[in-house]
Design a protein around this ligand. Structure first.
Ligand SMILES: Cc1cc2nc3c(=O)[nH]c(=O)nc-3n(C[C@H](O)[C@H](O)[C@H](O)COP(=O)(O)OP(=O)(O)OC[C@H]3O[C@@H](n4cnc5c(N)ncnc54)[C@H](O)[C@@H]3O)c2cc1C
Length: 388
């Protein structure tokens, strides 16, 4: 029997396992992929803080991002740049490999080709029941399970914890295109690309870019429209590989713990609601889970009241950020294209950019939200407050 089983070997599950094993606990990870290396749909942008805070090796960094150019629906533009690195562009595949290796070095056991069908919570243990691709059934026992299965899994629902209720759809493709500026991200705002959405173009080394979109639904269809008829259409030379899409949660589970159970990462809805970035917040969840599990072993208490410390921990770091971001996402989804034009023009001409930059933080967006709402342009958002 293990002390901890992590269900889901994505970045959050791998980091959680590494940290749990670092606490001296015997830990296993189960994942439904056949092997540790596989392609991932993700742009791979994280703030510089993520590497420092979680002591990640820099091997997965493909480049540094210094600037962003924002395009309004009618083509007004505004640029922000910094002499300092604003964020890193990663290879998610290399990050996954680095996290896998560091977990292995801590003594974590990995079980691939293990599709978890159920987590049964007993008085004295959890039983993680799974099946391989070939149909072979397996079961692992542990004192505690950390569920880090991303958005697709029904396990949290089966455990009575529900599923994140608010979802975006996101799609991405890689392409060769002209006119890319190294280190500069392009962001396209407008309802035309899919209601309440934004699209991005991120240069990657070798003359390619990652082009993506988030929309409330059917992102792949909206991305096809963006590639065909947006201002970037004339710059596209060749689409490289398949377009892939995946949902992103933007509000957390109402409860992220239970008897002998913790939920972390996308499965818990630990995501920045404005941008959909889930790596940094998911890693905060992983660290809080490892700390809480270690504490539970010291006390010998794995009941829900004891594990509720987990939710207090991660919420004290990012709870306000998520609720403020979700509130802002709702307001922003009601902005018209004219409002977006006005905001981008105000950034360019009227000093809104200064307000924005003073409050800007790559990972924590609540200060920018409050600054925007209290700025002279706040009325654009306030007029879209939901009716009482
Ligand atoms: C297009 C797109 C672009 C993105 N860009 C960024 C970005 O630039 N920056 C950023 O921070 N975030 C970004 N994200 C979000 C980021 O990819 C996720 O937040 C992150 O992958 C969440 O990690 P996770 O470990 O919680 O879940 P996942 O990465 O989904 O990993 C979950 C793992 O669990 C496995 N699993 C699921 N169910 C089971 C089961 N029943 N049994 C066994 N294994 C199971 C899955 O196969 C998977 O390996 C993007 C997302 C999308 C869709």
């Amino acid at each position: 029997m293990y002390q901890v089983v992590v269900v889901g070997g994505g970045p959050v599950g791998r980091l959680a396992a590494h940290l749990v094993a670092g606490e001296g606990l015997q830990c296993a990870v189960v994942d439904d992929h056949p092997c540790p290396d596989h392609a991932v749909t993700c742009t791979g942008i994280v703030g510089t803080n993520t590497f420092r805070q979680f002591a990640l090796p820099p091997t997965s960094i493909l480049g540094e991002l210094h600037a962003a150019r924002i395009f309004s629906p009618s083509g007004f533009t505004f640029s922000v740049s910094s002499s300092r690195t604003m964020a890193y562009l990663l290879s998610r595949e290399i990050l996954a490999r680095d996290l896998y290796r560091s977990a292995l070095e801590q003594g974590v056991h990995f079980y691939f080709d293990f599709h978890c069908l159920a987590v049964k919570v007993k008085n004295d243990r959890v039983i993680v029941v799974g099946r391989s691709e070939a149909g072979q059934r397996e079961a692992l026992e542990a004192q505690v399970a950390i569920i880090a299965t991303g958005v697709h899994s029904h396990l949290t629902q089966m455990l009575g914890l529900g599923r994140p209720s608010s979802m975006l759809d996101a799609a991405q493709v890689e392409a060769e295109m002209e006119g890319l500026e190294a280190g500069t991200v392009e962001i396209y705002l407008g309802r035309g690309w899919g209601a309440a959405s934004f699209a991005w173009v991120v240069p990657v080394p070798g003359g390619r870019s990652r082009i993506g979109i988030t929309t409330p639904a059917v992102a792949a269809r909206h991305l096809k429209g963006f590639l065909a008829s947006s201002p970037i259409a004339g710059r596209l030379q060749r689409i490289c590989g398949e377009m892939r899409s995946r949902p992103i949660p933007w509000e957390p589970l109402s409860q992220t713990y239970g008897n002998r159970i913790l939920v972390a990462g996308d499965a818990a809805g630990q995501v920045k609601p404005i941008t959909g970035g889930g790596l940094y917040f998911g890693f905060i969840g992983a660290a809080a889970a490892a700390q809480t599990v270690a504490e539970a072993f010291r006390k010998g208490d794995f009941g829900a009241p004891s594990l509720s410390r987990y939710e207090q921990r991660w919420k004290s770091r990012i709870g306000l950020e998520i609720s403020t971001g979700a509130f802002f996402r709702r307001l922003a989804s009601r902005l018209t294209d004219e409002d977006l034009d006005a905001l981008v023009k105000a950034c360019r001409d009227d000093g809104l950019a200064r307000i924005f930059l003073r409050a800007q933080d790559f990972d924590l967006h609540s200060k920018v939200v409050f600054a925007l709402l209290h700025s002279p342009w706040g009325h654009l958002f306030r007029k879209s407050f939901p009716d009482k």
